[in-house]
Write a protein that binds this ligand. Sequence first.
Ligand SMILES: Nc1ncnc2c1ncn2[C@@H]1O[C@H](COP(=O)(O)OP(=O)(O)OP(=O)(O)O)[C@@H](O)[C@H]1O
Ligand SMILES: [Mg+2]
Length: 404
Amino acid sequence: VWLRQGIKARRTRNEGRVKALEAMRAERAARRGQMGNVRLQVEQAEQSAKLVFEMKHVSKAFGEVRGGEVREVRGAEVRGEGGRGGACVVRDFSVRVMRGDRIGLIGSNGAGKTTLLRMLLGEVMPDQGDVRHGANVQVAYYDQQREQLDPERTVFDTVGEGNDTVTANGRTRHVHAYLRDFLFSGERARSPVKALSGGERNRLLLARLFTRPANVLILDEPTHDLDLETLDLLEEQLIEWPGTLLLVSHDRVFLDNVVTSTFVFEGDGRVQEFVGGYEDWVRQRQSRAPLQRGVSGGETAPLKGRPTNEAPLHPTSRAPLQRGRAPDPARKKLSYREQRELEALPPRIEAIESEQRALAERIAGADFYKESADAIKASLARVEELQCELTGAYARWDDLDSRR
Ligand SMILES: Nc1ncnc2c1ncn2[C@@H]1O[C@H](COP(=O)(O)OP(=O)(O)OP(=O)(O)O)[C@@H](O)[C@H]1O
Ligand SMILES: [Mg+2]
């Protein structure tokens, strides 16, 4: 099959993209040198219990809505929850998140990453299954929708919450001094939130986030719309963060630098957990080594004879750190619809890759960073988006192809 034989070819083609990413990171580092010091320090709470979250056989579906239409609408309350039988975003997923776990979530747009996080937070109820929190779990949540900011409040009040001082990283400081670390001048600090740009809002959200005492950080696309220098510092901060971390990001380098295991949303409600980051996932997927289900019975044992997303982070026995999809006789045959989908995937993958190549060439070109900041940002965002789409498409292709 051409996709299989194409690994080497792909690697060559990917060099342009890698070069583009390297350029982006070099750019980040250079910019950062010129800027003030953003010090991101999360105020640490007391430790949580060892078991932070547990999900058992969790499933969630939404009504008949097409992703493209819904995504235009901000805020979940606007979109009605229809009946069952619609898109299944999570299907029979079980997992234990333990203290200190650093988990990345990857998957294409609309795959269900935010929904899974919100089920962990208790903001969305699963249709089936249980979600449990460990003792003393204190979450700081960075919301993708950014709906937590009051547009009428000033920057100062948003961070100070009525006080003149804030405590971050065990240090109590004046709000103005703290905000200066986040590149807000005294004047800017007095502006209402509604007067801020998207990037400034994100910086403000981070500033506020890091004053919250927390032992679990849940960040839903914090890298989106962030200034490059803040992005770099956020990365450093997260690397040092000793608590539990769940992170959604389409920036695979960022993700790989920060997380140690990954939930992959493969589409149609399938969520797999892999040890390692994005690159490890790609490698494991390519090698398709004999797969092992790292569970040894007990409460989270998969239901017999059903597709399962059983993905224990912490098998009780010391199994090799290699797992993924187990052969499942129930899922062998492709339906007519799946057959059609499979046929459509190679041209789609090719289209994505060809757009990637074109974009990578442009980005690697000498003139790229002479373009406007908005144009640069849009191109870089597109790089991430394409990569994510490609990941999803390959995962789907891999799955369907293996069942032919
Ligand atoms: N309250 C809701 N009512 C109806 N459908 C919803 C609701 N919330 C999410 N969905 C749908 O569920 C699917 C998963 O959405 P979710 O926001 O979890 O995806 P995501 O992986 O976070 O995507 P993105 O990468 O774009 O943020 C989408 O098709 C979305 O349209
Ligand atoms: Mg999301």
